[in-house]
Design a protein around this ligand. Sequence first.
Ligand code: 5AD
Ligand code: SF4
Length: 443
Amino acid sequence: MEMTETYKLYIETYGCQMNLNDTEIVSGIMREHGWETTDNIDNADAVLLNTCSVRENAESRIFKRLTHFSQKFKKRKNKLIVGVIGCMAERFNERLIDIQDIVSIVVGPDEYRKLPILLEHAMGGVKGVAVELSKVETYEDIIPLRTDGVNAWLSIMRGCNNFCSYCVVPYTRGRERSRSHTSIVEEVASLAAKGFKEITLLGQNVNSYHDKELNKDFADLISDCAIAVPQVRIRYTTSHPRDMSDRLIEVMASHDNICKHIHLPVQSGSDRVLKMMNRGYNREHYLGRISKIRELMPNIAITTDIIAGFPGETLEDHQLTLSLLQEVKYSGAFMFKYSPRENTKAFDMPDDIPEEEKLRRLNEIIDLQNKIAKEINHHEKGNIHRVLVECPSKRNPEDWMGRSDTNKVVIFPNPDAKFSQGDYVNVKIKRSSSATLFGEIVE
Ligand code: 5AD
Ligand code: SF4
């Protein structure tokens, strides 16, 4: 019998949840070709960085990491293969190899099936690049290698057709395409059978999900998933405010196991800026969606993304973002300083807000949002949340952490680990911070 050697692969993942799921897909592909994944970089035969290009600082982190690898592995006897995959691979192409000699493979988000052969060539000393984008690749048939036992990510679509003027994603991840409705519902059912308790459906803009053959949209999909696995929580991200339909809101409200949390990135509170961003909605439309959501689900948690200092943003525009935060009262937000990205429409607009002023606006947004989140959490005192138990808390192993239906992190004592990962407990909230709720299990 022929003996085949098992190689070890170490993957570091940066950026969004799509990337986390892509890492699982890559691990799944590599496993089929005799590669094992390892958590220990020192005994790996190959290292892959799954990268993000959404902001410049995400990219500079990767370049620092590659420089670190060049120094660290200079003296290593066995040759270590270093590869860059994901959005930066797409954006930089073979230039990555020129910039960082240690890089021997560069593979974009739609070419992961080529990784086994490229790695094999790289072990023979031949560098390789694969960055073709595809109109059809969804990795539907690949079984992702999932390591978390409770939460599973599931990409239902890839790419984006929105071309928000600041965003590089349509260029690095290509055109939008949806996986088939049937294959997704089947995978959801099989994840439930394997014991997963929470499944998050992922896409850059899930509201434009569409299965052409069955003519099913995202509301149909999430509804069928919820029905298929009544004992499993279903989450999703990300929604686009322009496409958030009444029907989707109604479907969310009518299924107990669809989590009551919506991430609805607004980006700015000013119509003028929203227009320059090519977002396709104005403040009034956005607030209309929020009212509809809250009308049907009064206790829902809403989170958002904000960009501070977009080209041409005036102080008045900035004030409108602050007033929108006051009006909506988000339970959480990801807040960013505008970062110009090559090839995007906004790249051609003068990046005219000085760095310190961008930072000042960003900090003002962060301070206000933290205050609001703290207030919201303060009102949680006395409430009882159904919490899915995840793991011991990092601060104190007597305490455990889990998440509420509304996606809040909840910390509670769990002496002798009476409840374990994947159990549901009811927790009565005693106190809170801006990001976390603390409570006790009630029977
Ligand atoms: N600069 C700053 N933030 C950005 N985002 C996307 N592109 C940029 C950029 N060029 C933010 C948006 C998006 C989130 C994923 O990242 O808020 O919703
Ligand atoms: Fe980027 Fe806009 Fe697509 Fe989101 S919806 S990935 S911000 S282009």
